[in-house]
Structures are given as C-alpha cells and as structure tokens.
Design a binder for this molecule. Structure first.
Ligand code: C2E
Ligand code: MG
Ligand code: MG
Length: 678
C-alpha cells in the first residue's frame, strides 16, 4: 500500500539521521533510487545548507512530539530540476517516550502551484477586463438565495463597494419604472423560457445618483423539470449607447433648424389623426406658408432667413395648446395639427391669432421686416378622413389664401378642387400651346405726346387657342409664371418682338413685358443678347417693361443686371406705376428710363380733380429725375389733353389704337403718317 500511495513517504532515524525506508513515489520525486538513499543521511544526499535545515526540522519535530508541515520547500533534483515540495514530518514515538523516528510525507506541489498561479493571473486579467468594460459579473443561487457579485457590479450601479449583497439590494437599485419589466424578464427566465437565457435594459434608481442605463444578460441552469436553480450573468453600462440612440431618434423626428417635428414625424401624426377622425375624434389641420420669406432670404441672405424661421417656430409654439402638434415641412412651410378640434369658429380664431402673431415685424439686422403668413385649413372628418386627401385639400386652401393676396386664412371648400382642376388643364394646354405655336404678339402704339408721333409699340401677348378662342394674358400669365413655363415663353416673346421690330422703320422701339420669374431665371440676360443678335436689332430699340413685383424681390444681382442692360443701350420702364408698393426710392435705386402711370389714375382723373394732380406730381417728379412718363389707357380726347397738360411725355390707349396683330400695326403706321400729313 505504502509503495503505491501518490505521496512520497520516508522514515528516518532520529538518533543517526539516517534514512531507513523510502517508498517508490519518494524515489520518483527525489529522483534517486532506493539503494543510494537508504542507509544515508541528509548530509550525504543534499547540499550542506539544505541538509542542515532538514536536520533542524527533524530535531524540532522529535523534541516537540508534534507534526510539522513545511509548506513549500524548493529542492533541486537531478532529473526534474527545481521542484516545490510540501512535506509533513510526523514523530514516531511509543507512549511518552521520545520519538525514535521521523516519518516524512512529501508531495510534489510544482504543477499545482503553477496551475494555481496561472488561475490567479487569469482571474486578475478577467477582473481587469470586466472592470475596463464597465461590467459586473454575478450569480444567484435560486435555491439558497445566495447572491454573488463582482466588485464591478456596484460600480456600474453607482454604488459603494459591498452594497449589493442580496437580490433585494439589486432590486432597490433599479429605477422603479423599469422594475416590472426587469422582473418579468427574470420570471420568464426562471420558468425556463428561451432555454433559460434572459436580457433586459433598464435605468438605475434615481437614489443612486445620475441616471445610468444598464443592460443585463443572464443564463439559467435548469433542473430536470426545466426550472432554473441558478442564474449567472453580466451587467454592463449602456448609457452612452442609449443617449446616442435617443439623439438619433430625435434627429430622425425633428427639424434641426427649428427643433420642431419634421416631415416624417408629421406624416406619422397625421396618419394617426386621420385614423382617429374615422372613429369620430375630429381634428383641424392648418398649413402655413410665409408670404415674403423668399424675398427676405434673397435680400438678407440665408443666415438671416434661418433666424426668421427659428423666430417663426418660437412664435408658433407660443400659440399652441399642449395637445397641438406643430411641424416644419421644409422651406417656409409649417403645419399644425389640433386633435379634438371640430369647431370652425375656434379654428378660425386660432388661425387669425397666428396671422397676427406672424404678422408682427421680425427684426432682421436691426430692421423691422414684415413677412406675414397665409394659412389653409381643413377639418377632419368634415373635409376628409384620409391623410393624403386632407393634405391635398389643405394645400388647395392654402393656395387659395395665397391667391387672395396672402396674410389670410381660407378653409377648404369643394369649389377649390374644381378650380385646381381647371388650372391643371390650363397648365397642360399652355404647354401644348407653346409647342404648337398658338401664341402671337399684338402691338399697341406708344405715342410721343409733344410731336403726336408713334415712337414705338408695346408687344402684348395673345393666345389663339383652338378651344378657348383668343385669350388675354391676364388669364394665363400667372399660371405660366407659377409653372415656370414663363421662361421658355418669355424667350419666345423676346425673339418674336425683336424680329418684328427689325422690320419697322429704324426710329421705332418695341416694348416687351417681363415677368419677375423670367428675369430671375439665370439665362435671362443671355436670352436678350441672343434675341437682339438673331434679329439684328440695335439694343437702343428694345424697351423692357418691369413691374414693382420684380423690384420687391430686389437683390444686388437684379439691380446690377438692370444696370448692365441699361449700359448696353436698352431702356427700362416701370409698368403699372402706382398700383403696387410705389416706393419712390425705386426710382432712384433702379436704372429706370420711363414710368408708365397706371390706367387707374387716368380713369380717376375723370372722377376727381386730385386724379390729375397725382398724374401731374408723378410727371413733375420724373421730369426732375430725367425719367420719361407714359400715361396708360387713354380712351378719350379729354383724357389725352389732360395728361398732356400734366406733363406726361407719352400716351397709350384705345384712343390711338387697341393692340393689333403685327401686320395691322404696320398699316397703322402708314395711316398715322397720312393722318399727320393731312
Ligand atoms: P400692361 O403691360 O399694363 O399692358 C397694358 C394693358 O392695358 C393691355 O392689356 C392693353 O390691352 C390694355 N389697354 C391698353 N390701352 C387700353 C385702354 O385704353 N383701355 C383699356 N381698358 N385697356 C387698355 P392686355 O394686353 O390684356 O395685357 C394685360 C397685362 O398682361 C399687361 O399689362 C401685362 O402686364 C401682361 N402682359 C401682356 N403681354 C405680356 C407679355 O408678353 N409678357 C408678360 N410677362 N406679360 C404680359
Ligand atoms: Mg406693359
Ligand atoms: Mg401697364
């Protein structure tokens, strides 16, 4: 038995220090055969120092009569090099008599110590990694209730080390609002669902200081009934991830400029409100569009435009009830949703309040600037209960509000749909008309009042439509402007007018009307040069009629362009003067060569004496500034005499001739000269 036990055993005489017996394991450990060992002492076998140490231990064991343990003794062996030995020395004694022998029991601890150290190192490494990952490791014995946690766990919870001793401690550290969800996940795990694995994300209790988001994942060991008896897991902090997710979710739903909801979020709310309206919960939807935003952007630049949009958002927010939703769809378009609103009276009051609120001037670069807003309104389910349909209809209402001049609101009205449809037809017809060459220019003479001579003709657009007959420009120019068709159409008008004028006597000018949308198009200046070159017409013979609406959009670029055209020899007339904003500053700011006084003043002259005074004042002012004046819409000789005596330099009107096709205009020239010579 002794030979086969896995520890080395030897027996030594106390008196002589000589080994008397050794077993086989001792031979293996010490690396020497029994023959060279039994009958010898430590001094014969080991280096001096070590032999003395062994001897001392033996003596102490014998004298004390007690077992001695040498926990770790390094020993150099011939076959295995240095080993770590653990040796127990037991005195052999009969009764009270002194010990005669020492029995030694030796274990080779080299491997197990090496393994222990490796294990310790690995644990330390793991602990460091767990700490660095801001992780806590834990296990819970479901049967005994024992709960073990790594130090890191408390750190993650924002607690002092040693605070999490029981599961109840852990529960107390979870945010009360999240406790139920964590508890449910744990219950499912205990019941063996998902093979006993569980995961949950929750916040720490506010009592633990700043809120942190934690994620716990665990795995249960299940008994034969499929119930958990032990769960181990890791918990780590995910606050940063959660915050990033929250930021991303915010960005996905909000407009970064104003912080209001964005188009995507609006769509979701709208669909939901439409669904509720089908179930009887009404709502009001308002679609807002700023009236003069583009002008502000063009004049003051985009940063100023951004400031205005932010201020608009703030003012809108100040009008909202808690349950209202306001979103920015992009550009200067905003929408408002009022759930539970079914009264058109109240909605009208609300819309009026917003118009007031946004009607107050905005301070831009220290200057008060009035922008104003137009609003379309629909009520669901009265005006529809589908989100797309409601959006289309509120759009129509907004369009109508804009068409009425802005700074007002309009409720949707089924007639608007008919109008919109007619407009769509008109749009399509206009496109086709341009392709088919259905447009033509008529000419109306401009008469030099001092010499009673035709000084030129104004080109006035007509549409000879196969279905509609001869259509006047007021009926379709606004649509052509809104659809952008005015750009190619305007180019055609310029080319045609220049070509016609090139056939006239060289003293005659041609005046062409321009739309703001056309002038603001990038290719405008080039199209003028091309039209002149193609017709071989001198620039001095082309007059451009612009309206105040273009000047309203005044930008440095337009002013500079008009100046260049002026320098190139063209004349520039301000059409319909007096009907728009009529700022006299335009006369100084813009390179204007002629002012056309609107027909309404000529008409007013017949009714009130002040009418003539106004015309006289404008003509006088213009004369001082070196600007010519044309009186529009002269129909009677009395009017002609009056405007001439008030100092207008030119006249235009049915009295001389209505607009006529190009050939007839030339004929008019001949009869006119005949009239003069008689
Ligand atoms: P406008 O430039 O002020 O043109 C004068 C308008 O007054 C013309 O109407 C003309 O027929 C009309 N008119 C002239 N004399 C008299 C008169 O004695 N009595 C009355 N009652 N009316 C008179 P029209 O041709 O219908 O043009 C209307 C407007 O359409 C023009 O006003 C102009 O703003 C615009 N327009 C005309 N042709 C073009 C064009 O080629 N391009 C652009 N962008 N707009 C144009
Ligand atoms: Mg005109
Ligand atoms: Mg006019």
């Amino acid at each position: 038995m002794l030979e086969h036990v896995p520890v080395g055993v030897f027996v030594k005489s106390v008196a002589t220090g000589v080994y008397e017996r050794v077993n086989r394991t001792a031979e293996q450990i010490f690396g020497r055969g029994r023959d060279g060992w039994v009958g010898r002492s430590d001094a014969d076998l080991f280096p001096e120092e070590q032999a003395r140490f062994f001897r001392l231990c033996d003596q102490e064991t014998a004298e004390s009569g007690k077992t001695m343990v040498i926990e770790e003794e390094p020993l150099d062996t011939p076959h295995l090099g240095r080993r770590l030995l653990r040796t127990k020395k037991v005195p052999l004694q009969a009764g009270d008599r002194p010990a005669t022998h020492i029995v030694g029991v030796t274990e080779d601890m080299t491997e197990s110590r090496r393994t222990e150290k490796a294990l310790r190192d690995s644990e330390a490494r793991l602990a460091r990694a767990v700490a660095a990952a801001r992780m806590g490791v834990w296990d819970w014995n479901v049967e005994t209730g024992e709960f073990n946690a790594s130090n890191g766990l408390e750190l993650i919870y924002g607690l002092a080390p040693g605070s999490l001793r029981t599961r109840a401690d852990v529960h107390a550290s979870v945010h009360p609002d999240d406790l139920a969800a964590v508890g449910e996940a744990m219950e499912r795990c205990l019941g063996g669902e998902n093979g006993g694995s569980f995961a949950s994300e929750f916040r720490t209790s506010p009592a633990n200081g700043p809120l942190r988001w934690l994620r716990v994942t665990g795995q249960a060991e299940l008994d034969c009934n499929g119930r958990a008896f032990r769960i181990s897991g890791v918990t780590h902090e995910i606050t940063e991830r959660r915050e990033a997710e929250a930021r991303i979710a915010y960005m996905a739903h909000h407009d970064s400029l104003t912080g209001l909801l964005n188009r995507g979020a609006w769509q979701e709310r709208l669909v939901e409100a439409a669904r509720h309206s089908q179930q009887g919960e009404p709502c009001a939807i308002l679609h807002l569009d700023l009236d003069l935003f583009k002008e502000v952007n063009d004049t003051f630049g985009h940063p100023a435009g951004d400031d205005v949009l932010r201020s608009v958002a703030t003012r809108l927010m100040s009008c909202m009830r808690e349950a209202d939703t306001v979103a920015r769809l992009g550009g200067d378009e905003f929408v408002i949703l009022r759930r539970g609103e079914d009264s058109s009276r109240e909605t009208a009051d609300f819309a009026a309040r917003i118009i007031d609120e946004l009607g107050r001037p905005f301070l831009i670069e220290g200057r008060p600037v009035t922008i104003g807003v137009s609003i379309g309104v629909v009520l669901a389910p009265r005006d529809g209960d589908q989100s797309d349909q409601l959006m289309r209809r509120v759009d129509l209402a907004l369009y109508a509000a804009k068409g009425d001049g802005g700074r007002r609101f309009r409720f949707f009205d089924p007639e608007m749909q008919a109008c919109a449809q007619a407009r769509r037809h008109l749009e399509a017809d206009l496109q086709r008309a341009l392709r088919n060459g259905e447009f033509e220019l008529h000419y109306q003479p401009l008469v030099d009042l001092a010499h009673r001579r035709i000084s030129g003709f104004e080109a006035l657009l007509r549409w000879r439509s196969p279905e509609r007959g001869l259509v006047r420009p007021d009926a379709f120019i606004p649509v052509a402007e809104a659809t952008g068709l005015i750009v190619p159409l305007g180019k055609w008008i310029l080319e045609q007018a220049c070509a016609d004028a090139a056939t006239w006597p060289s003293g005659l000018k041609v005046a062409v009307n321009l739309s703001a949308a056309q002038v603001c198009d990038g290719g405008f200046e080039a199209s003028i040069a091309e039209a002149l070159a193609a017709a071989g017409l001198a620039p001095e013979r082309l007059e451009l009629e612009i309206t105040e609406s273009l000047l309203l959009r005044e930008t440095e670029d337009t002013v500079a362009m008009l100046r260049r055209l002026r320098t190139a020899g063209l004349s520039i007339s301000m059409d319909d003067f007096g009907t728009g904003y009529s700022s006299l500053s335009y006369l100084l700011k813009f390179p204007i060569s002629k002012v056309k006084i609107d027909r309404s003043f000529v008409l007013a002259m017949d009714e009130r004496p002040e009418g003539a005074a106004i015309i006289g004042a404008i003509a006088g002012l213009c004369r001082t500034l070196g600007i010519a004046t044309t009186a529009e819409g002269i129909e009677t000789t009395a009017q002609l005499q009056q405007v001439a005596s008030q100092g207008c330099t030119e006249g235009q009107g049915y009295l001389f001739s209505p607009p006529r096709p190009a050939v007839e205009a030339l004929n008019l020239l001949a009869t006119w000269d005949a009239r003069l010579s008689t």
